[in-house]
Design a protein around this ligand. Structure first.
Ligand code: B12
Length: 216
């Protein structure tokens, strides 16, 4: 079902203003009304957070406002993730995916959405959380006999940690055993191919598609 323009605007404004209470209530209203959780992310949450991100970059708002918007987004995410999980219908086990946000980066809202989507599609997900060292990705991949290693980075300053991790797997002779996929706001397809990643996607649906493709 499509969300009314009024509800979209209310949710979007609440996210931009960092009003967690109104944002959460609007998200619940939309989901209860049959809104597609992925449409809420793509059509409302990401555009609203992009507005806040740009305002922050331009010095129109500061860290406290960014944090409030982040908190509001997490409240929305909680319900969106529950709705995605409720839609999960796969019983057949798929492969193992080790995932985390790279070292130095604490952004995890998008990564958590990817985790939820993967679980809903039957993958066993080893979520290492955020600020994850390259060596932790390696250890977890080996210990869990993973098929895919997925890395998220939202900042240009931490993006090199993705490359470091891929290189570390190569240095210890483990690179060929895993498909390594990348994503997050500052990652592009071109950059992903220059560092030798096996796959890139701009969103959680694409992340699931990559993992399915690599688990066949
Ligand atoms: C919310 C937010 C925060 C919150 C984070 C809360 C949290 N728990 O995540 C808080 C307030 C804590 C925060 C802190 C900071 N932030 Co901030 N933040 C944002 C903001 C507004 C939204 C990010 C977000 O959640 N987007 C929504 C999700 C759903 O989208 P997503 O993460 O991109 O994920 C989707 C896809 O990318 C993809 N995906 C994600 N991961 C993966 C992985 C794989 C493998 C695949 C295939 C796909 C995939 O699927 C997801 C779903 O579709 C962005 C602005 C923006 N435009 O993104 C700035 C932004 C990322 N932050 C920024 C900055 C600078 C910071 C701080 C350094 C600020 C400061 N001075 O302290 C700190 C970082 C501290 C640190 N060490 O990490 C900058 C980064 C600039 C840059 N290019 O390097 C941005 C871009 C804002 C800006 N325009 O300046 N931030």
């Amino acid at each position: 079902m499509t969300i009314s323009e009024e509800l979209k605007t209310r949710l979007s404004n609440a996210l931009i203003d960092g009003d967690a209470e109104i944002a959460e209530a609007a998200a619940v209203e939309a989901l209860d009304g049959g809104a597609d959780p992925l449409a809420l992310i793509n059509d409302v949450m990401i555009p609203a957070l992009t507005v806040v991100g740009n305002q922050f970059q331009n010095g129109e708002v500061f860290l406290p406002e960014l944090m409030l918007a982040g908190d509001a987004a997490q409240q929305v995410s909680k319900h969106v993730e529950a709705a995605i999980a409720a839609q999960g219908k796969t019983s057949e086990p798929k492969g193992v995916v080790v995932i985390g946000t790279v070292q130095g980066d604490i952004h995890d809202i998008g990564k958590n959405i990817v985790v939820t989507m993967l679980k809903a599609h039957g993958f066993r997900v080893v979520d290492l959380g955020r600020n994850v060292a390259s060596s932790s990705f390696l250890t977890a991949a080996i210990e869990n006999n993973a098929g895919v290693v997925a890395m998220s980075s939202l900042m240009t300053t931490t993006r090199p940690m993705i490359e470091n991790t891929i290189n570390l797997f190569g240095e210890v002779g483990e690179r060929a055993k895993y498909k390594m996929i990348v994503g997050g706001g500052c990652v592009t397809e071109d950059w992903a191919s220059t560092i030798g990643a096996d796959g890139y996607s701009a969103d959680a649906v694409g992340a699931v598609e990559l993992c399915k493709q690599f688990s066949q």
